[in-house]
Design a protein around this ligand. Sequence first.
Ligand code: AR6
Length: 237
Amino acid sequence: CKDKQTFSSIPDNDNSETKEVENQAVGSVGSHANQVSLDDIPTLAFPSISTSDFQFNHEKAADIIVEKVAEFSNKFRNARLVLVDLSHKSKILSLVKAKIAGKNIDAQKFFTHVGDITHLYSRGGLRCNVIANAANWRLNPGGGGVNAAIFNAAGPELESATKEKVQSLSPGNAAVVPLPSSSPLFTREGVTHVIHVVGPNMNPQRPNCLNNDYNKGCKILQDAYTSLFEGFASIVR
Ligand code: AR6
């Protein structure tokens, strides 16, 4: 754990960040004591769970992301949450940015970022030691979306590490999987853990479809983010 920090530069949703921040730690001494790299700050990058292949309503999902980020982000003394999507035209990023304005959420502890979650450091300069995956309940590689991208980028190491840890997940749950250091995602991007999350499904072509029951769906999505952020907290601790 680092001492209390004040950031001099905050990454936004562009693809670059200033690497050095001012550390105002009380009692720090030595030539490097006032320089702490943003690379050292535990950071969870997460996609918007359930809003693409699982067809969950974007407005409702954005409300839940904002609610859960508000609940958790300020509990982290020295860690960041980053909502990621592929495109500057992402509807979910726009909605979350609009809904978060005016809330009491520290912009240093939560922000949005446009980029591929499997190339955040190599292409965007954003170091995230933990990434979340919008998984399927069997935790199988492939399918599409972010699940296929993460399993492809991580190599067979993620599949075996996942199977060692957990066989399946029901909607609303998350599982923390330490990534073997031989995985390309570890060596290239600095990712040490993947947290698989299974969200509610509104797509009739996929298992466990909720048939537009948003009473159940919203509860499951809330549980999914709670489980994700608690999983991240267990790594940061
Ligand atoms: N980097 C960042 N964000 C991404 C990436 C990426 N490489 N790829 C997709 N997204 P989805 P779901 C965003 O469909 O709706 C899979 O087949 C995407 O734009 O991946 O929870 C699983 O196996 C969207 O905002 O997940 C499940 O069966 C978000 O990630 C099912 O899809 C989630 O989109 C899960 O569906």
